[in-house]
Design a protein around this ligand. Structure first.
Ligand code: BGC
Length: 421
Protein backbone atom coordinates (compact mmCIF):
# COMPACT_ATOMS: atom_id res chain seq x y z
CA UNK A 1 0.00 0.00 0.00
CA UNK A 2 2.89 2.39 0.42
CA UNK A 3 3.13 5.07 -2.27
CA UNK A 4 6.38 5.21 -4.25
CA UNK A 5 7.45 8.52 -2.76
CA UNK A 6 6.54 7.54 0.81
CA UNK A 7 9.10 8.99 3.22
CA UNK A 8 10.86 6.16 5.02
CA UNK A 9 13.09 7.62 7.65
CA UNK A 10 14.59 7.77 11.07
CA UNK A 11 14.36 10.66 13.52
CA UNK A 12 16.92 12.13 15.93
CA UNK A 13 17.45 15.33 17.86
CA UNK A 14 20.78 17.15 18.02
CA UNK A 15 21.05 17.52 21.78
CA UNK A 16 20.23 13.88 22.47
CA UNK A 17 23.12 12.81 20.23
CA UNK A 18 25.73 15.50 20.65
CA UNK A 19 24.87 17.60 23.74
CA UNK A 20 25.86 21.26 23.78
CA UNK A 21 27.96 23.22 26.27
CA UNK A 22 25.66 26.25 25.84
CA UNK A 23 22.29 24.56 26.36
CA UNK A 24 20.06 24.89 29.43
CA UNK A 25 19.79 21.11 29.68
CA UNK A 26 23.58 20.66 30.08
CA UNK A 27 23.54 22.23 33.53
CA UNK A 28 20.15 20.70 34.37
CA UNK A 29 21.29 17.07 34.44
CA UNK A 30 24.49 16.19 36.32
CA UNK A 31 25.07 13.14 34.14
CA UNK A 32 25.90 15.49 31.28
CA UNK A 33 28.92 16.88 33.16
CA UNK A 34 30.43 13.40 32.97
CA UNK A 35 29.30 12.70 29.40
CA UNK A 36 28.96 16.06 27.62
CA UNK A 37 29.63 14.56 24.18
CA UNK A 38 26.89 11.90 24.68
CA UNK A 39 27.31 9.68 21.58
CA UNK A 40 30.10 11.81 20.10
CA UNK A 41 27.85 12.44 17.10
CA UNK A 42 29.04 16.05 16.71
CA UNK A 43 32.45 14.68 15.76
CA UNK A 44 31.48 11.52 13.92
CA UNK A 45 28.28 12.66 12.20
CA UNK A 46 29.66 11.63 8.81
CA UNK A 47 29.93 8.00 9.94
CA UNK A 48 26.45 8.17 11.45
CA UNK A 49 24.99 9.58 8.25
CA UNK A 50 26.48 6.59 6.40
CA UNK A 51 24.18 4.40 8.50
CA UNK A 52 21.26 6.04 6.71
CA UNK A 53 22.53 4.63 3.43
CA UNK A 54 22.97 1.26 5.07
CA UNK A 55 19.31 1.37 6.16
CA UNK A 56 18.16 2.55 2.74
CA UNK A 57 15.96 5.35 4.13
CA UNK A 58 15.04 8.19 1.77
CA UNK A 59 14.54 10.78 4.48
CA UNK A 60 16.09 11.88 7.77
CA UNK A 61 14.60 13.99 10.54
CA UNK A 62 17.22 15.77 12.64
CA UNK A 63 17.30 18.97 14.66
CA UNK A 64 19.40 22.10 14.71
CA UNK A 65 20.74 22.94 18.15
CA UNK A 66 19.90 26.60 18.74
CA UNK A 67 22.41 26.93 21.60
CA UNK A 68 25.28 25.97 19.28
CA UNK A 69 24.12 28.40 16.59
CA UNK A 70 23.68 31.27 19.09
CA UNK A 71 25.82 30.45 22.14
CA UNK A 72 25.50 34.03 23.44
CA UNK A 73 22.80 36.58 22.89
CA UNK A 74 24.96 38.62 20.55
CA UNK A 75 27.02 35.87 19.00
CA UNK A 76 26.25 33.66 16.03
CA UNK A 77 28.64 30.75 15.56
CA UNK A 78 29.51 30.34 11.88
CA UNK A 79 31.22 27.00 12.44
CA UNK A 80 28.02 25.56 13.95
CA UNK A 81 26.04 26.87 10.98
CA UNK A 82 28.58 25.24 8.64
CA UNK A 83 28.25 22.00 10.61
CA UNK A 84 24.48 21.71 10.08
CA UNK A 85 24.85 22.83 6.46
CA UNK A 86 27.32 19.98 5.95
CA UNK A 87 24.79 17.49 7.32
CA UNK A 88 22.21 18.77 4.84
CA UNK A 89 24.66 18.67 1.95
CA UNK A 90 25.62 15.07 2.72
CA UNK A 91 21.95 14.08 2.89
CA UNK A 92 21.12 15.75 -0.41
CA UNK A 93 24.18 14.23 -2.15
CA UNK A 94 22.88 10.83 -1.05
CA UNK A 95 19.31 11.43 -2.22
CA UNK A 96 18.02 11.66 1.36
CA UNK A 97 15.37 14.31 2.07
CA UNK A 98 16.22 16.38 5.17
CA UNK A 99 13.47 17.27 7.63
CA UNK A 100 14.81 19.87 10.05
CA UNK A 101 13.39 20.49 13.50
CA UNK A 102 14.19 24.02 14.63
CA UNK A 103 13.44 23.49 18.31
CA UNK A 104 13.66 20.13 20.07
CA UNK A 105 13.33 20.85 23.81
CA UNK A 106 16.65 22.65 24.47
CA UNK A 107 17.49 26.37 24.60
CA UNK A 108 20.55 28.54 24.85
CA UNK A 109 21.11 29.19 28.55
CA UNK A 110 20.97 32.99 28.07
CA UNK A 111 17.54 32.65 26.43
CA UNK A 112 15.88 30.60 29.13
CA UNK A 113 17.37 32.82 31.85
CA UNK A 114 16.51 36.17 30.29
CA UNK A 115 13.60 35.51 27.92
CA UNK A 116 11.76 32.37 29.12
CA UNK A 117 8.72 31.30 27.12
CA UNK A 118 6.19 32.91 29.45
CA UNK A 119 7.68 36.33 28.65
CA UNK A 120 6.54 38.05 25.48
CA UNK A 121 10.14 38.96 24.65
CA UNK A 122 10.78 35.27 23.88
CA UNK A 123 8.88 35.69 20.62
CA UNK A 124 11.34 38.18 19.09
CA UNK A 125 14.38 36.20 20.25
CA UNK A 126 13.08 33.02 18.61
CA UNK A 127 12.29 34.99 15.46
CA UNK A 128 15.93 36.19 15.28
CA UNK A 129 17.12 32.59 15.45
CA UNK A 130 14.71 31.37 12.79
CA UNK A 131 15.57 34.25 10.42
CA UNK A 132 19.27 33.46 10.87
CA UNK A 133 18.71 29.80 10.02
CA UNK A 134 16.56 30.51 6.98
CA UNK A 135 19.04 33.08 5.66
CA UNK A 136 22.15 31.01 6.22
CA UNK A 137 21.27 27.33 5.86
CA UNK A 138 20.13 26.12 2.44
CA UNK A 139 18.60 22.97 1.00
CA UNK A 140 15.74 22.27 3.43
CA UNK A 141 12.17 22.01 2.24
CA UNK A 142 10.55 20.25 5.22
CA UNK A 143 10.56 22.07 8.55
CA UNK A 144 9.27 21.23 11.97
CA UNK A 145 9.14 24.41 14.01
CA UNK A 146 8.65 22.86 17.48
CA UNK A 147 8.93 19.30 18.67
CA UNK A 148 6.12 18.46 21.07
CA UNK A 149 5.33 21.85 22.60
CA UNK A 150 2.92 20.19 25.06
CA UNK A 151 5.58 17.80 26.40
CA UNK A 152 8.06 20.67 26.67
CA UNK A 153 5.61 22.78 28.66
CA UNK A 154 4.07 20.05 30.80
CA UNK A 155 7.63 19.19 31.84
CA UNK A 156 8.99 22.74 32.04
CA UNK A 157 5.98 24.66 33.34
CA UNK A 158 3.67 22.24 35.21
CA UNK A 159 5.68 19.27 36.47
CA UNK A 160 8.86 21.29 36.73
CA UNK A 161 10.95 18.26 35.75
CA UNK A 162 12.40 19.97 32.69
CA UNK A 163 14.04 23.42 32.33
CA UNK A 164 13.08 26.09 33.32
CA UNK A 165 11.60 24.01 36.17
CA UNK A 166 8.49 26.13 36.75
CA UNK A 167 5.24 24.74 38.22
CA UNK A 168 2.62 27.32 37.45
CA UNK A 169 -0.54 26.92 35.39
CA UNK A 170 -0.75 30.63 34.47
CA UNK A 171 2.83 30.63 33.18
CA UNK A 172 2.15 27.37 31.38
CA UNK A 173 -0.70 28.98 29.44
CA UNK A 174 1.32 32.08 28.60
CA UNK A 175 4.26 29.99 27.43
CA UNK A 176 2.00 27.85 25.26
CA UNK A 177 0.42 30.90 23.66
CA UNK A 178 3.86 32.41 22.96
CA UNK A 179 5.15 29.19 21.41
CA UNK A 180 2.12 28.95 19.14
CA UNK A 181 2.67 32.58 18.09
CA UNK A 182 6.29 31.63 17.34
CA UNK A 183 5.09 28.72 15.21
CA UNK A 184 2.90 31.10 13.26
CA UNK A 185 5.78 33.56 12.76
CA UNK A 186 8.09 30.76 11.61
CA UNK A 187 5.46 29.56 9.17
CA UNK A 188 5.40 33.00 7.59
CA UNK A 189 9.17 33.56 7.62
CA UNK A 190 9.84 30.19 6.00
CA UNK A 191 7.13 30.55 3.35
CA UNK A 192 8.30 34.06 2.45
CA UNK A 193 11.78 32.75 1.68
CA UNK A 194 11.26 29.19 0.44
CA UNK A 195 8.69 28.65 -2.30
CA UNK A 196 7.74 25.04 -1.91
CA UNK A 197 8.39 24.72 1.85
CA UNK A 198 6.37 22.28 3.95
CA UNK A 199 6.08 23.48 7.54
CA UNK A 200 4.63 21.74 10.57
CA UNK A 201 5.06 20.96 14.23
CA UNK A 202 5.52 17.49 15.76
CA UNK A 203 2.81 16.77 18.26
CA UNK A 204 3.02 13.92 20.73
CA UNK A 205 -0.26 12.01 20.81
CA UNK A 206 -1.13 9.16 23.13
CA UNK A 207 -3.92 6.65 23.56
CA UNK A 208 -5.85 7.00 26.84
CA UNK A 209 -8.02 4.59 28.81
CA UNK A 210 -9.77 4.82 32.17
CA UNK A 211 -7.99 2.74 34.82
CA UNK A 212 -11.32 1.22 35.84
CA UNK A 213 -13.87 1.46 33.06
CA UNK A 214 -16.88 1.50 35.43
CA UNK A 215 -15.51 4.36 37.49
CA UNK A 216 -17.08 7.62 36.20
CA UNK A 217 -14.23 9.69 37.64
CA UNK A 218 -11.58 7.64 35.81
CA UNK A 219 -13.69 8.01 32.67
CA UNK A 220 -14.03 11.76 33.14
CA UNK A 221 -10.27 12.17 33.59
CA UNK A 222 -9.67 10.04 30.52
CA UNK A 223 -11.98 12.22 28.45
CA UNK A 224 -10.30 15.40 29.70
CA UNK A 225 -6.85 13.99 28.95
CA UNK A 226 -7.84 13.10 25.40
CA UNK A 227 -9.37 16.51 24.86
CA UNK A 228 -6.33 18.35 26.15
CA UNK A 229 -3.44 16.18 24.98
CA UNK A 230 -4.74 15.03 21.60
CA UNK A 231 -7.59 17.27 20.49
CA UNK A 232 -6.88 20.80 21.67
CA UNK A 233 -3.98 21.56 19.34
CA UNK A 234 -5.72 19.96 16.37
CA UNK A 235 -8.78 22.10 17.03
CA UNK A 236 -6.57 25.17 17.41
CA UNK A 237 -5.01 24.59 13.97
CA UNK A 238 -8.52 24.13 12.62
CA UNK A 239 -10.24 27.09 14.27
CA UNK A 240 -7.59 29.46 15.62
CA UNK A 241 -8.91 28.97 19.16
CA UNK A 242 -7.11 26.98 21.82
CA UNK A 243 -9.47 25.54 24.46
CA UNK A 244 -7.85 24.24 27.61
CA UNK A 245 -9.73 22.47 30.37
CA UNK A 246 -7.85 21.00 33.36
CA UNK A 247 -9.25 19.36 36.48
CA UNK A 248 -9.75 21.97 39.23
CA UNK A 249 -8.84 24.83 36.90
CA UNK A 250 -11.06 27.30 35.15
CA UNK A 251 -11.52 26.45 31.46
CA UNK A 252 -9.81 28.91 29.11
CA UNK A 253 -10.13 29.82 25.46
CA UNK A 254 -7.22 31.64 23.84
CA UNK A 255 -7.13 32.99 20.30
CA UNK A 256 -3.96 31.84 18.57
CA UNK A 257 -2.86 32.88 15.06
CA UNK A 258 -2.26 29.34 13.79
CA UNK A 259 -5.45 28.58 11.88
CA UNK A 260 -4.46 26.65 8.75
CA UNK A 261 -0.75 27.35 9.32
CA UNK A 262 0.30 23.77 8.79
CA UNK A 263 1.31 22.03 5.54
CA UNK A 264 1.38 18.57 7.06
CA UNK A 265 0.82 17.22 10.55
CA UNK A 266 3.83 15.70 12.35
CA UNK A 267 2.57 12.99 14.65
CA UNK A 268 4.69 11.34 17.35
CA UNK A 269 3.20 8.23 18.94
CA UNK A 270 4.61 5.82 21.52
CA UNK A 271 2.10 4.46 24.02
CA UNK A 272 -1.20 4.38 25.92
CA UNK A 273 -1.84 5.87 29.35
CA UNK A 274 -4.37 4.67 31.92
CA UNK A 275 -6.02 7.44 33.89
CA UNK A 276 -6.91 6.96 37.52
CA UNK A 277 -8.70 9.35 39.86
CA UNK A 278 -6.59 9.71 42.99
CA UNK A 279 -7.42 12.42 45.53
CA UNK A 280 -3.84 12.36 46.85
CA UNK A 281 -2.24 13.29 43.50
CA UNK A 282 -1.76 16.65 41.85
CA UNK A 283 -5.01 17.65 40.09
CA UNK A 284 -6.38 14.25 41.26
CA UNK A 285 -4.69 12.51 38.34
CA UNK A 286 -2.59 9.37 38.43
CA UNK A 287 -1.09 8.06 35.20
CA UNK A 288 -0.25 4.39 34.88
CA UNK A 289 0.91 1.93 32.25
CA UNK A 290 -0.45 -1.62 32.06
CA UNK A 291 0.17 -4.46 29.69
CA UNK A 292 -3.37 -5.02 28.44
CA UNK A 293 -2.74 -6.31 24.88
CA UNK A 294 -0.09 -8.77 26.00
CA UNK A 295 2.67 -7.16 23.90
CA UNK A 296 4.56 -6.32 27.07
CA UNK A 297 5.97 -3.08 28.41
CA UNK A 298 9.05 -1.26 27.16
CA UNK A 299 12.19 -0.78 29.28
CA UNK A 300 10.66 2.56 30.34
CA UNK A 301 7.56 0.67 31.52
CA UNK A 302 5.40 2.05 28.68
CA UNK A 303 2.56 -0.05 27.30
CA UNK A 304 2.98 -1.32 23.73
CA UNK A 305 -0.35 -0.50 22.12
CA UNK A 306 -0.26 -0.32 18.29
CA UNK A 307 -4.03 0.10 18.02
CA UNK A 308 -3.64 3.51 19.66
CA UNK A 309 -1.65 4.70 16.65
CA UNK A 310 -4.66 4.01 14.44
CA UNK A 311 -6.90 6.07 16.71
CA UNK A 312 -4.63 9.10 16.79
CA UNK A 313 -4.00 8.95 13.03
CA UNK A 314 -7.76 9.02 12.47
CA UNK A 315 -8.08 11.95 14.80
CA UNK A 316 -5.25 13.85 13.09
CA UNK A 317 -6.80 13.19 9.67
CA UNK A 318 -9.58 15.64 10.66
CA UNK A 319 -7.14 18.42 9.84
CA UNK A 320 -7.28 17.44 6.15
CA UNK A 321 -3.52 17.90 5.67
CA UNK A 322 -1.06 15.06 4.97
CA UNK A 323 0.17 13.26 8.06
CA UNK A 324 3.78 12.26 8.67
CA UNK A 325 4.57 9.94 11.58
CA UNK A 326 7.57 11.95 12.74
CA UNK A 327 8.40 9.62 15.68
CA UNK A 328 7.53 6.10 16.75
CA UNK A 329 9.83 3.79 18.64
CA UNK A 330 10.61 1.69 21.67
CA UNK A 331 13.24 1.71 24.40
CA UNK A 332 14.34 -1.88 24.78
CA UNK A 333 17.45 -4.00 24.90
CA UNK A 334 15.55 -6.81 23.20
CA UNK A 335 16.02 -6.87 19.42
CA UNK A 336 12.97 -9.10 19.02
CA UNK A 337 10.75 -6.70 20.93
CA UNK A 338 12.06 -3.78 18.90
CA UNK A 339 11.43 -5.57 15.64
CA UNK A 340 7.92 -6.63 16.67
CA UNK A 341 7.08 -3.09 17.86
CA UNK A 342 8.15 -1.62 14.56
CA UNK A 343 6.35 -4.27 12.50
CA UNK A 344 3.05 -3.86 14.36
CA UNK A 345 3.09 -0.07 14.13
CA UNK A 346 4.00 -0.06 10.44
CA UNK A 347 1.13 -2.47 9.84
CA UNK A 348 -1.18 0.10 11.41
CA UNK A 349 0.20 2.79 9.09
CA UNK A 350 -0.47 0.50 6.14
CA UNK A 351 -4.01 -0.17 7.32
CA UNK A 352 -4.71 3.56 7.62
CA UNK A 353 -3.29 4.11 4.11
CA UNK A 354 -5.58 1.40 2.78
CA UNK A 355 -8.51 3.31 4.28
CA UNK A 356 -7.50 6.35 2.26
CA UNK A 357 -5.83 8.40 5.00
CA UNK A 358 -3.13 10.61 3.53
CA UNK A 359 0.02 9.51 5.36
CA UNK A 360 3.22 10.58 3.66
CA UNK A 361 5.95 9.16 5.86
CA UNK A 362 7.09 7.09 8.83
CA UNK A 363 10.14 7.98 10.95
CA UNK A 364 11.48 5.47 13.42
CA UNK A 365 12.84 6.96 16.65
CA UNK A 366 15.77 6.68 16.70
CA UNK A 367 18.77 6.07 14.46
CA UNK A 368 21.19 5.28 17.28
CA UNK A 369 20.88 4.95 21.07
CA UNK A 370 20.90 8.39 22.61
CA UNK A 371 20.36 10.49 25.71
CA UNK A 372 16.81 10.20 27.01
CA UNK A 373 15.65 13.39 28.75
CA UNK A 374 14.61 12.07 32.13
CA UNK A 375 16.30 8.67 32.08
CA UNK A 376 19.81 9.29 30.77
CA UNK A 377 21.68 6.71 28.72
CA UNK A 378 19.90 3.47 29.59
CA UNK A 379 16.86 3.79 27.35
CA UNK A 380 17.88 2.01 24.19
CA UNK A 381 15.75 3.54 21.43
CA UNK A 382 18.35 3.08 18.66
CA UNK A 383 18.24 0.93 15.54
CA UNK A 384 21.99 0.90 16.15
CA UNK A 385 23.33 0.17 19.62
CA UNK A 386 25.87 2.60 21.00
CA UNK A 387 28.65 1.57 23.34
CA UNK A 388 28.92 4.76 25.39
CA UNK A 389 32.54 3.98 26.34
CA UNK A 390 34.02 3.26 22.92
CA UNK A 391 31.31 5.01 20.85
CA UNK A 392 31.07 1.94 18.66
CA UNK A 393 27.76 1.51 16.76
CA UNK A 394 26.30 -1.97 16.13
CA UNK A 395 23.16 -2.71 14.11
CA UNK A 396 20.21 -4.37 15.87
CA UNK A 397 18.10 -6.97 14.09
CA UNK A 398 15.42 -4.28 13.86
CA UNK A 399 17.78 -2.19 11.70
CA UNK A 400 18.17 -5.08 9.26
CA UNK A 401 14.44 -5.70 9.32
CA UNK A 402 13.71 -2.01 8.64
CA UNK A 403 15.89 -1.95 5.52
CA UNK A 404 14.35 -5.23 4.32
CA UNK A 405 10.89 -3.78 4.82
CA UNK A 406 11.70 -0.49 3.07
CA UNK A 407 13.03 -2.44 0.08
CA UNK A 408 10.02 -4.67 -0.04
CA UNK A 409 7.63 -1.72 0.15
CA UNK A 410 9.54 0.01 -2.66
CA UNK A 411 9.46 -3.05 -4.89
CA UNK A 412 5.73 -3.54 -4.49
CA UNK A 413 4.95 0.13 -5.00
CA UNK A 414 6.99 0.00 -8.24
CA UNK A 415 4.86 -2.89 -9.46
CA UNK A 416 1.66 -1.20 -8.40
CA UNK A 417 2.18 2.27 -9.88
CA UNK A 418 -1.32 3.58 -9.23
CA UNK A 419 -0.95 6.84 -7.28
CA UNK A 420 -2.57 6.65 -3.88
CA UNK A 421 -3.45 10.32 -3.47
C1 BGC B 1 10.70 13.12 22.06
C2 BGC B 1 12.08 12.51 22.03
C3 BGC B 1 12.19 11.43 23.07
C4 BGC B 1 11.18 10.35 22.76
C5 BGC B 1 11.19 9.19 23.72
C6 BGC B 1 9.60 12.11 22.20
O1 BGC B 1 8.61 12.59 23.05
O2 BGC B 1 10.51 13.92 20.93
O3 BGC B 1 13.01 13.52 22.20
O4 BGC B 1 13.47 10.89 23.15
O5 BGC B 1 9.90 10.92 22.82
O6 BGC B 1 10.85 9.59 24.99
Amino acid sequence: MFPQDFLWGVATSAFQLEGSPYADWSSWDELLCKKPEITNHYNCYKDDLRLLNELGVNSYRFSIEWSRIQPRENKWDDSAIAHYQDIINILLENGIIPIATLHHFTHPLWFIRKYPWHEQSSIERFKDYVCKIIDSIKGIKYFITFNEPYVLLLGGYLEGCMPPGIKDFKYFLRALENILICHSNCYEIIHNKINDAMVSISHNMAAFAPWWQYNPLDKLLCMMAKRFYNHSIIDAFDTGVLSIEFPLKQAVKIEVPIKGRLDFFGLNYYTRLHMRFNPFKKMFVELRHRDIDGYGLTDLGWEIHPKGLERVIKLASRLRVPIIITENGIATRSDQKKLAYMKRHIEVVEKCLSKGIDIRGYFYWSLIDNYEWLQGLDSRFGLYRVDFKTFERTPTTAAKYYSFLINKARESSRENKKPLF
